[in-house]
Ligand binder design. Structure first.
Ligand code: ADP
Length: 327
């Protein structure tokens, strides 16, 4: 019928524009073969806006169902979207996922900053290879420290000596965390926050003061870890923070010597748990020696095209879709 929206074609349009427009696509509508797009162009100069429009039109040209493209641009300052990465307990790969999610989202076209709020073990400066650097201040705001991987970072590890913050009381950690989040993030459209493990004060303050757009929960596949993960999920739900979904880390192990697959922690537990809690399952990262070696050496696997990098990229795509739908 004339004027009626064609949602199937709109989905195709959104898919086709995922790369060309990324988070700049504010909305898309299709009716009678006319696609009407709103692009958010805050921070782009004339030439960059023209380039964006050309890229968008090129991306839609192959779609037969679209005969005309109308582009509107708005320069409203976008609200920054914040993804908190949490886990029920330590050692499940939360920091590894946060670093690689940030890098993968950046490679998929977002402008990403990473906040390392893990006061017990701030490991992001190591994971992103900017250890030992100090953030500068601009006015009363901290300036994030660039990393070689294109994702700037602010970490508790930049502010204090290792181990020192553990003795802090609640208000001190809340204050420090506020400084990391309300820093000079420039035109970053997405912040990934590596939370401390568990469900204590720091996490609660984080939710009350800086409400994240959504939370990603990391767990290993075995029952005990999953019980902790369920507690973390309960905490976010109580704080009214939507759960983007669950990630299963350290799922299967491929022996680097004989190539045989084994499952030290089982497999599929997190997917089943997500299902039983009615949550999306975002993907699975295998237990893999190169993930640990590259992470320790400050080379995030997500920065490279490889099977390991692809595992993180697939999760990042689901998170990005969720964020785009949330706008
Ligand atoms: P958390 O932040 O939950 O405490 P980390 O991300 O620091 O956990 O990971 C703990 C250790 O496990 C690190 O040495 C990390 O390199 C390693 N690790 C994490 N995920 C994997 C994986 N999928 N394969 C191999 N090693 C991993």
């Amino acid at each position: 019928m004339a004027g009626e929206e064609d949602t199937d074609t709109r989905n195709l349009v959104e898919q086709a524009l995922a790369e060309a427009a990324g988070p700049r696509l504010q909305s898309a509508r299709v009716s009678d073969g006319v696609a009407t797009l709103v692009l958010e162009v805050h921070g782009l100069d004339r030439l960059e806006r023209d380039r964006l429009e050309i890229a968008v039109r090129d991306a839609l040209r192959p779609l037969n169902a679209v005969r005309e493209v109308r582009v509107a641009m708005t320069a409203d300052k976008p609200r920054r979207q914040v993804i908190a990465v949490g886990s029920g307990k330590g050692g499940v790969g939360k920091s590894t996922l946060a670093a690689n999610l940030a890098v993968a989202l950046m490679r998929q076209g977002r402008k990403v900053g990473l906040v390392d709020a893990d006061i017990y073990g701030p490991s992001q400066p190591r994971l992103l290879a900017n250890e030992g650097k100090r953030p500068e201040a601009q006015g009363n705001k901290l300036v994030p420290v660039p990393s070689p991987w294109g994702v700037p970072l602010l970490s508790m590890g930049h502010l204090v000596q290792p181990g020192q913050a553990i003795a802090w009381r609640g208000p001190m950690t809340a204050n420090a965390m506020g400084q990391l989040i309300d820093a000079e993030w420039g035109d970053a459209d997405t912040l990934v926050i590596d939370l401390p493990p568990g469900t204590g004060d720091v996490q609660l303050t984080m939710m009350q003061k800086h409400k994240p757009t959504g939370a990603v929960i990391v767990s290993t596949p075995q029952d005990l870890a999953l019980m902790d993960a369920a507690r973390a999920i309960g905490m976010f739900e109580q704080g009214d923070v939507p759960i983007v979904g669950m990630v299963e880390n350290m799922a299967g192990y491929i022996c680097p010597h004989c190539g045989e697959a084994s499952e030290p922690f089982g497999q599929g537990g997190a997917e089943a748990a997500a299902k039983s809690m009615g949550l999306p399952f975002l993907g699975r990262i295998p237990l893999d020696l190169t993930i640990r070696q590259d992470s320790d050496a400050g080379r995030p696997p997500a920065a490279h095209d490889s099977p390991q990098g692809e595992a993180f990229a697939a999760i990042a795509r689901r998170v990005a879709e969720w964020l785009t739908a949330r706008k």
